[in-house]
Design a protein around this ligand. Structure first.
Ligand code: FRU
Length: 309
């Protein structure tokens, strides 16, 4: 029986989106088409933006959970045990037996650390709003959504959280805060999610695909979509990041580019996770994006997403 003195478990950060396996080959230089060569090294890595966000958050010491769809088989087993090794919960994931696990072939060019991703997702269904309704929202302090193609389902999931905050949450519980990442080019529909969120992250590829040419341009054009008191963060690779704080102030951080760039895979995911971590822990937007840029800089100086702590 639960008693009043039982300490409540700390609330988790939930990251909703993709988990895949990244099949990585590190090459001396970017390969010529129709050539035949050996790579310098190869490895598997658990990938996908939301899954990478969790890898970073858990190393920073934040209790976190991944929520997405998975299939069964060797890749699913690998991913599950890797989540467990890092103390990332994946207990609520939706299993679709008989589907292929999403995979990415990734070429990392040793000359400059660039990552070229060829992603395959043949038949694994996206999460639905019904899947999301099964979650007990009182367990979370923050829910971050990777902006995927299932925009209307994501919008329904966010509206479920808004309803929970307004109608179901008990008074002594904090509001569950919401964030979204708009990263992939041309997913224009994702713009509809901005007014529902406390924090919206917009990446350079998304921004330039909308013909926003700079960080300031992106801020100027998207600021009117923010609901009162919410924040916008724009990340621009080696130009750093810029944001609009709750009171409408513009904040900015430089990029902390290391002398040698080893591996840029997941740098954007590192930035988002580190920024959320600081915000959850009471940091200002300025402090949070600066921390995000610093950790993203530290990430590109090393291989993979582990050993960031
Ligand atoms: C990096 C990443 C990879 C994955 C790809 C999916 O941001 O999440 O781990 O293969 O993007 O688009």
């Amino acid at each position: 029986m639960e008693s009043d003195n039982v300490l409540e478990e700390p609330k988790k950060i939930l990251c909703v989106g993709l988990v895949c396996v990244d099949l990585i080959q590190i090459c001396e230089s970017f390969p010529k088409e129709d050539s035949d060569q050996r790579c310098l090294e190869q490895r598997w890595q658990r990938g996908g933006n939301a899954s990478n966000n969790c890898t970073v958050l858990s190393q920073l010491g934040a209790p976190c959970e991944f929520f997405g769809t998975v299939s069964k088989g060797v890749f699913a087993d690998y991913v599950e045990s890797d989540f467990r090794d890092l103390n990332i919960s994946c207990d609520n994931c939706i299993v679709h037996e008989g589907c292929d696990f999403p995979l990415s072939s990734v070429i990392i060019n040793k000359e400059n650390g660039s990552r070229t991703i060829i992603h395959s997702n043949r038949n694994l269904p996206e999460l639905t709003a019904e899947d999301f309704h099964k979650l007990d929202l009182s367990k979370y302090c923050w829910i971050h959504f990777e902006g995927r193609r299932n925009t209307s389902a994501i919008s329904a999931m966010m509206r479920r959280v808004v309803h929970y905050n307004e109608e179901e949450r008990s008074e002594n519980q904090p509001r569950v805060r919401l964030s979204v990442e708009l990263e992939k080019a041309n997913r224009t529909q994702l713009l509809d999610l901005i007014p529902l969120c406390d924090v919206s992250f917009v990446g350079k590829d998304f921004a330039t695909s909308q013909a926003y040419s700079t960080m300031s341009d992106t801020i100027r054009l998207l600021k009117p979509s923010l609901s009162p008191g919410s924040q916008l963060v724009v990340a621009w690779g080696d130009r750093g990041a810029m944001g609009v704080s709750k009171d409408g102030k513009i904040v900015q951080s430089i990029a902390y580019t290391p002398t040698e760039i080893v591996d840029t895979l997941g740098a954007g995911d590192t930035f988002v996770a580190a920024t959320i971590f600081q915000l959850v822990n009471g940091g200002s937007l300025q402090e949070s994006i600066t921390f995000g840029c610093k950790l993203a800089g530290a990430k590109i100086a090393i291989e993979g997403l582990k050993n960031l702590g």
